[in-house]
Design a protein. Structure first.
Length: 88
């Protein structure tokens, strides 16, 4: 539901503006406080923050998450990214 994602981001934006995007835990806690549910909107912001953190550190996001896991087969078989978002 793309409209739901947009609405969630619009709802969170005023309270997230000015927050340090490199402080991922703070951002995630703030998003959970602002908006219950809406993992699609929260994950869009979370991915953007990881991208900003990678640019700030001069590293690709995969390195921030522990490095590349390609074992020579050309396919990543060792790592799955999943962020569970509190639904409380």
């Amino acid at each position: 539901f793309p409209e739901g994602t947009r609405v969630g981001i619009i709802e969170m934006a005023p309270q997230l503006l000015g927050a340090d995007p490199t402080r991922l835990l703070d951002i995630n806690m703030k998003m959970d406080w602002i908006l219950q549910g809406s993992p699609n909107a929260k994950s869009a912001v979370d991915m953007a923050c990881w991208d900003i953190l990678g640019k700030h550190a001069g590293l690709p996001v995969c390195e921030l998450l522990g490095g590349r896991f390609d074992h020579g087969e050309g396919v990543d078989r060792g790592f799955q990214l999943y962020r569970a978002i509190s639904q409380n």
